[in-house]
Design a protein around this ligand. Structure first.
Ligand SMILES: Nc1ncnc2c1ncn2[C@@H]1O[C@H](COP(=O)(O)OP(=O)(O)OP(=O)(O)O)[C@@H](O)[C@H]1O
Ligand SMILES: N[C@@H](CCO)C(=O)O
Length: 306
């Protein structure tokens, strides 16, 4: 039996204007213990988010990512897999749960394969590319793997790249999480095929400003301007009216707030002068979570070497 422990962070993608490009790793984690057993078959046990809901066999997202990785590495599929998942990232809320599951599966498979065949090559770039292929876009994957604030892009061959930055420590991300869900697939279905040129240029300027504000000048007025978006949030608002209304209320009192990922969670960038302004705008059916930025991202450990 070989076992590995993987810890993966929640992530918030887009951050307003950086659609499919910007992402932030958050201090909320899923833990996965993956064991290759001698028995035939797959067994998945889940505590916390998704317990009783997600597939407990071959269809489980972590297992699917492990299987794909063994194939890509040219490693024979193991006889038996046992996963124990302690999940804290809520599903289908815009906090990167699927990206975390995919990254956990790929990293677990790579670590377990390497522990047997030290020569097995599968680089960090390969991990990033496979996770992006499975996820469909790199903006949750990059911060999940690397931590911090990430800018991701794909080259002309479709290969993803990333640049990691450290946000200014005065900024605290606050996630305001509703009980309702919205799948990324459904939210992407609401986007138009084309957007006006003036909206694209509006977002390009705001995204550039956001990087500067988050890393060098975390001032409320700058952050408010820098988090404006015209490419995705208003198209998706009909599917998450309460989130769109909350973003508007928070911004009206001076809190830089955006829809997190594909929603419906709302992400606010709080600083010492805005932290107290959030709770009064939020109703009882939301959960407010004050977080930190996770500076390191996914972590892999063999239990015996802890
Ligand atoms: N830890 C997990 N284990 C198994 N399946 C998971 C796990 N996390 C997510 N999933 C699957 O992914 C789905 C949610 O993925 P989806 O991309 O719609 O939302 P998200 O990743 O939470 O949000 P976003 O991509 O907007 O940040 C869940 O409904 C579930 O099927
Ligand atoms: N950029 C993606 C993030 C969600 O996974 C979207 O908004 O659809």
């Amino acid at each position: 039996m070989r076992t590995v422990d993987i810890r993966v962070p929640a992530t918030s993608a887009n951050l307003g204007p950086g659609f499919d490009a910007l992402g932030l790793a958050l201090s909320l984690h899923d833990d996965v213990r993956a064991t290759l057993t001698g028995e035939r078959g797959v067994r998945v046990t889940v505590e916390g988010e998704g317990a009783g809901e997600v597939d407990s066999g071959e269809g489980h997202l972590v297992v699917r990512a492990m299987r794909k990785t063994f194939d890509r590495m040219g490693v024979p599929q193991p006889e038996g897999i046992h996963l124990h998942c302690r999940n804290r990232i809520p599903h289908a809320r815009g906090l990167g749960s699927s990206s975390a599951a995919v990254c956990a599966g790929i990293l677990a498979a790579r670590a377990l394969a390497r522990s047997e065949r030290a020569e097995s090559e599968f680089s960090d770039d390969d991990v990033y590319a496979l996770a992006t292929e499975m996820e469909g876009h790199p903006d949750n994957v990059a911060p999940c793997l690397a931590g911090g604030l990430t800018i991701s892009w794909s080259d002309h061959d479709g290969l993803p790249h990333m640049l990691k930055l450290a946000p200014d420590q005065r900024i605290r991300p606050v996630a305001v999480v509703p009980s309702t869900r919205l799948s990324t697939e459904a939210a992407r279905g609401l986007l138009p095929k084309d957007v006006p040129h003036k909206d694209a240029s509006f977002n390009a300027g705001r995204a550039a400003l956001l990087i500067a504000a988050l890393t060098r000048k975390p001032e409320r007025e700058l952050l408010l301007a820098a988090t404006e978006d015209r490419l995705h949030q208003h198209y998706r608002a009909p599917a998450m009216r309460a989130s769109a209304d909350l973003v508007e209320r928070l911004r009206a009192v001076g809190v830089p707030a955006v829809v997190s990922g594909a929603g419906p969670t709302v992400l606010a960038f709080s600083t010492s002068d805005t932290q107290d302004l959030i709770a009064p705008e939020v109703g009882n059916d939301w959960h407010i979570q004050l977080m930190d930025v996770d500076p390191v991202g996914a972590n892999v450990q063999f239990p015996e070497t802890r």
